[in-house]
Design a binder for this molecule. Structure first.
Ligand code: CA
Length: 232
């Protein structure tokens, strides 16, 4: 899961980013609206935490441009991200306009980072049609709140990156993901696209899943295209 934090208050931006990275999300930071739009045009973010009060562009304009109603990512054919607005107390009109512009949720400053984490989890699994924090595919249960994984009931102990990779697969079952796409969604902008980091992490993840369920290999390789977690 790749998240963009758009916030010009540097301390707050870095506190949010640190908290999201701790939850295993690949997180980038933009300090103004122009650089946010630039990033969204070239990278497929799953979610944007967007401060409405930015130094250059109106946050509501940024919101419109990154969601379905906008143009920031339409030309490149990227899927629009979910948006959580970060707003000032009393900015009710802004919040209503933001929701009308396609934002999915909002938090009023000051907010707790734990609440932000819970809202992020809720939005990112909205597509998976499950009410709880647990996502289950082909016997693999991923608790996105507790960071716990079981495979046919057997606990699987994963590193943060292995967990983030598996979480991506269970939230997008039956889709074929290229190594490039995995790198984009599970690693952040500091990842070197020319290393074999995806292959190494995937191979460790597969080994641990096969250890929990001997002989099982739920994540298949589609030659020349990428990797897929089959739901059945
Ligand atoms: Ca601000």
């Amino acid at each position: 899961m790749r998240i963009l934090v758009v916030e010009d208050e540097q301390d707050l931006a870095s506190a949010i980013a640190t908290s999201l990275r701790r939850d295993g999300y690949a997180t980038d930071v933009a300090a103004d609206g122009a650089s946010a739009l630039d990033r969204v045009a070239y990278s497929e973010y799953d979610l944007v935490c967007l401060d409405l009060n930015l130094p250059d562009v109106d946050g509501l304009d940024v919101c419109r441009q990154v969601t379905n109603g906008g143009t920031a990512n339409a030309e490149s054919g990227l899927l629009p991200p979910k948006v959580i607005m970060l707003t000032a107390r009393g900015g009710i009109d802004d919040r209503i306009r933001g929701l009308d512009e396609g934002a999915d949720d909002y938090l009023v400053k000051p907010f707790s980072l734990r609440e932000l984490g819970a809202r992020v989890r809720a939005l990112l699994r909205r597509d998976s049609a499950l009410g709880s924090s647990v996502v289950s595919v082909a016997g693999i249960e991923v608790d996105t709140a507790r960071h716990e994984v079981t495979y046919d009931g057997v606990p699987v102990d994963l590193t943060a990156k292995e967990f983030a990779l598996l979480r991506w697969f269970v939230l997008h079952p039956d889709e074929v993901h290229s190594a490039k796409r995995l790198l984009e969604h599970v690693w952040d902008e500091h990842a070197d696209p020319f290393t074999n980091t995806v292959r190494v992490t995937l191979s460790n993840l597969r080994r641990k899943l096969a250890y929990a369920q001997p002989g099982a290999n739920p994540i298949e390789t589609i030659t020349g295209r990428g990797y897929r977690l089959r739901s059945a």
